[in-house]
Design a binder for this molecule. Structure first.
Ligand code: HEM
Ligand SMILES: Cc1cc2nc3c(=O)[nH]c(=O)nc-3n(C[C@H](O)[C@H](O)[C@H](O)COP(=O)(O)O)c2cc1C
Length: 576
């Protein structure tokens, strides 16, 4: 840790750059008075989470913890208890001095301040999905900014009401004479000083390069991480480079034409959608709401992750009129939680449901695990070569957010999802031609050829290769189901290749998270603009004015199309 005086130039620069991370006294006081003034009609509703906390036995405590965790993960709207009562509860009327809070800073007696209220978190430590240390490190402190960075606003309301001890007495909070920045925060702040504006980013890759420099170690590790040796992660990118165009010439006025199209009946300004990816707040405090707004401005579809860090209503309310959103789910071990969630997003106005099926088992996300171990990427491997966890030091982000997912999934689960919604079902994580056929047979309307961005089975094939196999072996399936693809898409040319081979749209994962992390909503808009320009340029230079003009014969394996390298769909060459 480095202690810095606020008076120094260094800290003023840093404060400007990492505003969301640092909480001033006046912010805390404003949050406090807001909390006391706000009224909420839901406050009086009964809550199964509240009743769960009445159990005194050990099993009761465990049940309460599970309910809290799953409420967070599914963003159910629990009755708001501590945060926004209609009439302040007796506990909240109690004013607690800052000095008093400082007396409870151990793992056996752990108080924190969040949004102007004081919570006794001792009982919750072991149940905290982010691990006990995340909270213990905040003991005695105002944890509001840390909390808001990582959690949807309704998460705090899922705590049992008795955890809320009262309000912090604003008069007793010490003035922020000195602010301690961690080395990681100083590094981020300095890098942000040098970072170009969003408009000056030229390639999609530029956002990734800057994200590595300006994101927190935790955020970068979670976003960038992939499984094991990362063979699939790297091949996802390399594979796109193995496909080249066969541009056609002299096809008329290329100043006309459009990138607009539809997939699963949804209109889009270009054949790109935001792939569902968790925890956007790790990169930017406004999280997925930035993505929703940028998708609205850019006229594309956003797929919301089941593990999004913003509240569902916040994202749906951020839509522009008519903006389609699709929602991704993992099936919960408790199927009733899944059916409730499917029905809830259907009611909210989702346009389709993505069922992700490639997380059959928690993989080892190498960088994420290393980050939790506090090791640098170039350090020796974790203690056990088979370790999938960060052991005693707490769970990696991936592990922390995936505990509820069912590992027992079968083809009949497609029928389960269909039973609870009239919306189209898209199966995400399809990695073979055979399984595309089965998705058709089991009644899915769409598939996403995906290996989760190389985060699940290492050595799974690159999605563009599976798409090519599908084109060669079962071209009939393209008319039976909408085929989408994601993984390693980093340029407009990649998108055009997929479309020419028969995909209806292409998902983009990390580039969106990176752009959100570097420049927020503006960054996401810019990265989408780069994609759109490149798609348009590529299309026009290979002889395609509109999406309908993209045909398989415009793309194929790199190298001369002779012998075994010649695609079956290549046009018969005319005599010279
Ligand atoms: C109300 C229920 C809560 C739930 C369901 C929850 C869930 C989570 C999850 C899933 C993570 C991500 C895992 C990780 O980053 O390691 C996390 C991280 C974190 N949580 Fe919570 N949390 C809750 C309450 C709190 C509270 C009250 C605090 C107050 C201090 C807190 C502080 C943190 C911090 C500091 C992290 C970051 C950990 C890190 O960077 O290593 N959480 N939480
Ligand atoms: C940080 C991160 C979180 C992700 N979270 C989810 C998720 O919650 N649900 C899901 O179906 N896929 C998730 N994915 C996978 C993406 O939807 C997508 O398949 C993948 O990112 C595509 O690869 P790309 O990142 O190279 O574009 C996640 C990917 C990343 C990088």
């Amino acid at each position: 840790m480095i202690a810095l005086r606020t008076a120094s130039h260094q800290v003023r620069r840093s404060l400007g750059a990492i505003k969301p991370v640092i909480h001033s006294r006046s912010q805390t006081t404003r949050a406090f008075s807001r909390t006391l003034r706000r009224s909420d009609t839901r406050a009086g509703q009964s809550s199964r989470f509240r009743s769960a906390s009445y159990f005194n036995s050990r099993s009761g405590v465990i049940f309460a913890s599970f309910a809290i965790a799953s409420a967070y993960l599914f963003h159910e709207q629990p009755a708001v208890q501590c945060e926004a009562p209609e009439v302040p509860s007796l506990q909240q009327q109690r004013l607690i001095s800052y000095d008093e809070v400082q007396k409870h800073v151990t793992k056996d007696d752990c108080w924190v301040i969040i949004n102007g209220l004081v919570y006794d978190m001792t009982e919750f430590l072991e149940a905290h999905p982010g691990g006990p240390n995340a909270i213990i490190q905040q003991a005695g402190k105002d944890a509001s900014s840390k909390f808001q960075l990582l959690h949807p606003p309704d998460a705090i309301g899922t705590l049992p009401p008795e955890y809320c001890l009262g309000a912090i007495d604003p008069e007793t909070i010490p003035a922020p004479e000195a602010i301690e920045l961690t080395e990681d925060e100083v590094r981020q702040a300095e890098a942000r000083e040098e970072m170009p504006q969003a408009a000056d980013m030229l390639l999609v890759q530029d956002f990734e390069n800057w994200a590595e420099r300006v994101l927190s170690t935790t955020a970068w590790a979670y976003y960038r991480s992939a499984s094991d040796e990362e063979a699939t992660f790297h091949d996802n990118r390399d594979a796109w480079r193995r496909y080249f165009f066969r541009p056609r010439i002299l096809r008329g006025d290329m100043s006309q034409g459009s990138t607009t199209t539809t997939f699963l009946g949804m209109p889009t300004s270009m054949p790109i959608f935001i792939a569902p990816a968790a925890m956007a707040k790790l990169g930017h405090p406004l999280g997925e709401v930035n993505l929703t707004k940028a998708a609205g401005t850019s006229g594309i579809v956003q797929a919301i992750s089941a593990n999004a860090s913003c509240g569902l209503e916040d994202m749906f309310n951020a839509r522009v009129e008519g903006q389609p959103l699709i929602f991704q789910i993992y099936l919960n071990k408790d199927r009733s939680a899944s059916s409730a969630l499917i029905q809830r997003v259907t009611r909210l106005g989702a346009s389709a449901i993505i069922l992700t099926v490639d997380v059959c088992w928690q993989s080892k996300r190498t960088l994420d695990v290393r980050a939790k171990l506090g090791e640098k990427n170039d350090m020796p491997a974790p203690p056990s070569p088979t370790a999938t966890t960060a052991g005693e030091k707490g769970k990696s982000v991936s592990e922390a957010i995936s505990g509820y997912q069912d590992t027992n999934l079968t083809w009949s689960d497609i029928a389960f999802v269909k039973k609870h919604t009239h919306l189209p079902i898209i199966i995400k994580g399809v990695q073979s031609v055979e399984d595309v056929q089965l998705c058709v047979e089991y009644g899915a309307q769409g598939v996403i050829l995906s290996n989760h961005g190389g985060r699940q089975a290492d050595y799974a094939p690159a999605p563009i290769d599976v798409l090519y196999e599908l084109r060669e072996l079962r071209p009939d399936l393209f008319s039976k189901i909408d085929v989408m693809v994601d993984g390693g898409v980093r340029s407009g040319a990649d998108v055009v290749k997929a479309l020419a081979l028969g995909a209806k749209a292409v998902g983009v994962g990390r580039p969106i998270l990176y752009a959100n992390g570097t420049h927020g909503e503006e960054g996401v808009e810019r990265v989408l603009q780069i994609f759109q320009e490149e798609i348009r340029n590529t299309m026009r230079n290979i002889g395609a004015k509109n999406i309908e003009d993209l045909k398989p014969e415009l793309v194929g394996p790199m190298g001369p199309w002779v012998g075994r390298n010649r695609p079956s769909y290549a046009p018969a060459s005319s005599p010279i």
